[in-house]
Design a protein around this ligand. Sequence first.
Ligand code: NI
Length: 167
Amino acid sequence: MTEQMKIYTYPDPVLRSVCKPVENIDENIQKLIDSMAETMYAAPGIGLAATQVGVPIRLLVYDIHEEGDKRNLSVVINPEIVLAEDSIVFSEACLSVPDFSADVVRKARVKVKGVDREGNPLDIEAEDLEAVCLQHEIDHLNGVLYIDHISSLKRSLYKKKLKKMAK
Ligand code: NI
């Protein structure tokens, strides 16, 4: 049995954590991965970093396939971008930044190293949506949100919107 987890939202300070590397891929990590996957699919979202569920460790899950039968969960532990090239502009959203989206300039292609949930080395070559997703989730592990990459004017619009929603 897995359970859905609470997704922390901006401006919760946990989202600003610089996450620690995972040292042991133990049973607790396996459970966390399953719960994160369930939480991400239920949201629904295409990526989730551990820090978004309040666990500041370097772990992310993603699945850019929206249709059920094509779903294929990717788990990346201790990810590291080793190559990034060319630029792309993508309209991004985030489960931790509800009811908002904005264009962000990212790298169009990345190579990411890390390990999978069995501890096997990963060497991911990603482009377009997958590359953007990886950059977005790895940002989370460094306490960075996509709204940090947009203009302060656009960011202040979001803050105003949040204040209105809170009323
Ligand atoms: Ni996000």
